[in-house]
Write a new protein. Structure first.
Length: 255
């Protein structure tokens, strides 16, 4: 009787042990299933690998490039054999393009210098043949006597017939403006006079001071081919405008 009782208690003890161990096996099986379904490389790809206390800010966008201001240097009354070569040498050294408003008579007198202006890559425009005041001429005379002969002389040497013109002294009647525009001519005056032509106010320091006070984007700067003062001031004038943030262009490249 005692033996049967011991056997019953042993069986109960075995059942109790099975009940206590089974949940462990079940938990292990569950963990294994989770690990197999989520291998380490997959888990890493699904989230950040570094924890930070604060969100990482997005990088600041780069500022857009700043468009440089433009300025056009223009030279009237050339070409000549004394000052024009010096101006061209400075412009070549500084790699500055310019616009030359030439006189037809001087183109006929100094064809090789006109060719050099063109070969150096500068824009050639029309400043009349004889530098006469256009207010004294009829609209027909302005073209027939002054503009057309000058552009034809340029065309003969370069293959290029300029339709850009600047009236001598900037002088032009309103009816002449309308007539020239109708004939396809583009009239270009200036917005900043250096007064290099005026001995009473053309010292280099005076010209630079004028540039510093009156410069503006898309300025058309008036100078001349036949002045020593222009040659003397040109290198500093170029440096000053560059320091002020300007790029040099021809009048056709202004905004």
């Amino acid at each position: 009787m005692l033996t049967k009782k011991k056997g019953t208690m042993a069986l109960l003890l075995i059942l109790l042990l099975i009940l206590m161990v089974r949940p462990v096996y079940g938990s292990q099986e569950h963990i294994t299933e989770v690990v197999e379904a989520n291998p380490p490389n997959t888990v890493l790809k699904e989230g950040p690998v570094v924890r930070t206390k604060k969100p990482v800010p997005a990088p600041e966008p780069l500022p857009p490039p700043v468009a440089k201001k433009k300025v056009a240097l223009t030279f009237d009354d050339g070409p000549d054999l004394r000052y024009t070569p010096q101006l061209l040498e400075i412009l070549r050294t500084e790699q500055v393009p310019a616009t030359f408003f030439v006189l037809g008579e001087k183109v006929e007198w100094y064809p090789e210098m006109l060719k050099r202006i063109f070969t150096d890559g500068h824009l050639i425009a029309n400043h009349s043949r004889t530098h006469v005041d256009f207010e004294l001429l009829s609209n027909e005379e302005i073209i027939r006597l002054e503009l057309d002969p000058t552009s034809r002389a340029v065309e003969k040497l370069t293959g290029y017939y300029p339709l850009i013109m600047r009236p001598p002294y900037g002088s032009l009647r309103v009816d002449s403006v309308q007539s020239l525009n109708a004939e396809g001519w583009k009239i270009v005056r200036w917005s900043l006079d250096t007064f290099d032509w005026d001995p009473s106010r053309n010292k280099p320091a005076q010209i630079i001071d004028r540039i510093l006070r009156l410069h503006h984007p898309n300025a058309i700067v008036l100078m001349h081919c036949n002045n020593k003062s222009t040659v003397d001031v040109l290198p500093e004038l170029i440096r000053t405008l560059r320091t002020l943030g300007y790029d040099f262009v021809t009048v056709t490249q202004l905004d």
